[in-house]
Design a protein around this ligand. Structure first.
Ligand code: PLP
Length: 431
C-alpha cells in the first residue's frame, strides 16, 4: 500500500507512477465531495474498502436503529397491535414510494414485496396475458439467470404456445423486436459487464411494435438515474439489498405503470393483494392500483429495515449519486491502467461512462483467487464465473482515498503473486 494514497495525500498509486486523477489528489477530491458526510450515516468497518455495494449494500445507522426498534419495541412489546400502531400494514406502499422517487416514478405505481424472481413471475404473467396473440419473451443472452429461469418456469407452466423464451446477443436486442414478441425483459445494467442499456430508446422501439417492456433495475436503482415515467416504461422490478442498502435478503420492488393497472392481473392472488383482506371473502377481488400486485404477508422486519435505509436517500438526488459513482470508478480505472502489475486485468465494462452503470468488471483467468486475496487484504470485491473480478462504486459510503487504497492493495497482490496461495482457491457456496 502506498503511504501517499493511504494517508489520503498521494496519487492513485504512486509506486507505479499513476499520479493523475484529473480532479486533484484523492484527499482533495474527498474534501470537495458534496456527499462526503454521508459516510457518517453508515456503520461500516473502517479497516476495509467495501467495493461490493452492488451485491449487498452497507448497514446504515438508521437501519440498525430501526432493526432494534422493530424487534425490541414493536414486536417485543407492542406485538400484534403494531400492524396498526406502527403501520406495519402500510410498509409495502411506504417503502415503495420512497423508491419511486429514485426511479422517476410518480406515486401509486411502486410497491415493495417479495424477491425480483417472484415479482417477475407476476409481471411476466400479467404482460403475457395482455398480449394474448403473441408468445415470445425476448431477452439478452447475458441477462441475469433468474430473469431467464422465471420465463422458463412460466413457459413450462403455460406451454410453448403461450410462452417461449427467445435469447439474442446483448447487442441485438433492438433488431430482434419482431412482431411475435409479446414482452422484452432486460436488465438496465448488465450484472457482469456493467453495460447500461438505453431505456428510452429500447422502450420506445419495443412499444412501437406493440411489445411490452419489463426492466430489471437491480443494478441501477439508487445509483443510476432512471426515468420510468418519462420513458413510458410498462413494468419494472428492482432489488432492495444492493445500492438501496436494505440488508441481506431485503424485499424487492415492482412498478406497474398507472395506465396498465386496471388491465394487468397477476396470478399470485394472495390475500394482501385483495381489495379488502380483512373481510375474509372467498372470492378474490384485486386491490385497486399497484397494491393488487401484493401476495402474502409482508416480511415486516426486513421491510422495516429497508424502509429506514431508504431515508438516507431523502436529501440526495440520483444525479449527484451518479456523478460521484462515475468519478470513483474513473479513479479506479485510471489506477489500473497506469499500474504495470495490473496489465493482465482486462476491462470488460464499457470505457465510455455514459454506457455503464456503477461497477467495473475485469477479466483474468485467476479472478477467483485474486478476489479472495483482495478480501483477505481488506478490499471487498466479488467474483462472477468464469473469470470476472467485479468492483462496485456505491457513492454513499466510499471515499476517493478508499479507491486509491484498493488499487494499491490490488497492485501488491498481483506484483507479489499473493493470489497463488492455495487458501485463495478454496471455493465456498457463495462467490
Ligand atoms: C439483475 C439481477 N436480477 C435479479 C437478481 C436476483 O433477484 P432476487 O434474488 O431478488 O430474486 C439479481 C441478483 O444479484 C440481479 O443481479
Amino acid at each position: 500500500m502506498s503511504a501517499g494514497a493511504d494517508s489520503g495525500e498521494g496519487p492513485v498509486n504512486d509506486k507505479t507512477g499513476g499520479n493523475k486523477t484529473g480532479g486533484g489528489t484523492l484527499a482533495q477530491m474527498d474534501q470537495q465531495d458534496p456527499l462526503a458526510a454521508k459516510i457518517e450515516a453508515f456503520d461500516i468497518p473502517r479497516d476495509q474498502v467495501y467495493l461490493d455495494g452492488n451485491s449487498l449494500g452497507c448497514l446504515s445507522l438508521a437501519a440498525k436503529q430501526r432493526a432494534r426498534e422493530v424487534v425490541e419495541q414493536q414486536w417485543g412489546q407492542d406485538l400484534i397491535k403494531s400492524w396498526n400502531l406502527h403501520q406495519w400494514i402500510d410498509l409495502p406502499v411506504r417503502a415503495g414510494e420512497k423508491i419511486a422517487r429514485l426511479i422517476g416514478a410518480a406515486p401509486g405505481q411502486t410497491i415493495c414485496c417479495d424477491s425480483i424472481s417472484v415479482n417477475l413471475f407476476k409481471l411476466l404473467s400479467a404482460a403475457l396475458a395482455m398480449r394474448a396473440d403473441r408468445r415470445v419473451v425476448l431477452s439478452p443472452r447475458g441477462n441475469f439467470p433468474t430473469d431467464l429461469y422465471m420465463v422458463q418456469g412460466l413457459a413450462r407452466q403455460l406451454g410453448d404456445e403461450r410462452c417461449s423464451l427467445r435469447l439474442v446477443a446483448d447487442e441485438d436486442i433492438t433488431s430482434a423486436l419482431a412482431d411475435d414478441v409479446a414482452v422484452v425483459l432486460l436488465s438496465h445494467v448488465n450484472f457482469r459487464s456493467g453495460a447500461l442499456y438505453d431505456m428510452h430508446e429500447i422502450t420506445a422501439k419495443a412499444q412501437a411494435k406493440g411489445i411490452l417492456v419489463i426492466w430489471d433495475l437491480a443494478h441501477s436503482a439508487g445509483v443510476v438515474p432512471v426515468q420510468l415515467d418519462a420513458c413510458s416504461v410498462d413494468f419494472a422490478v428492482g432489488c432492495g439489498y444492493k445500492y438501496l442498502n436494505g440488508g441481506p435478503g431485503a424485499p424487492a420492488f415492482l412498478y406497474v405503470a398507472e395506465r396498465h393497472q386496471t388491465l394487468a392481473r397477476q396470478p399470485l392472488s394472495g390475500w394482501m393483494g385483495h381489495m379488502a383482506p380483512f373481510e375474509f371473502e372467498n372470492e378474490y377481488q384485486p386491490a385497486p392500483g399497484v397494491a393488487g400486485f401484493l401476495s402474502g404477508t409482508p416480511p415486516v422486519i426486513s421491510l422495516s429495515i429497508l424502509d429506514a435505509a431508504l431515508d438516507v436517500f431523502a436529501d440526495v438526488d440520483v444525479a449527484q449519486l451518479r456523478r460521484k459513482s462515475l468519478a470513483l470508478a474513473g479513479v479506479f480505472m485510471q489506477g489500473v491502467e497506469q499500474s504495470p502489475p495490473l496489465r493482465e486485468l482486462r476491462l470488460c465494462s464499457p470505457v465510455d461512462e455514459a454506457q455503464r452503470g456503477a461497477q467495473l468488471a475485469y477479466r483474468h483467468p485467476q479472478a477467483f483467487a485474486i478476489c479472495q486475496a483482495l478480501i483477505a487484504h481488506g478490499v471487498i470485491a466479488d467474483f462472477r464465473a468464469p473469470d470476472i473480478l467485479r468492483v462496485g462504486f456505491s457513492p454513499l459510503f466510499l471515499r476517493f482515498t478508499d479507491i486509491g487504497r484498493s488499487v494499491d492493495v490490488l497492485c501488491r497482490i498481483m506484483q507479489e503473486q499473493l493470489w497463488r496461495d492455495p487458501v485463495y482457491n478454496v471455493r465456498h457456496k457463495v462467490t
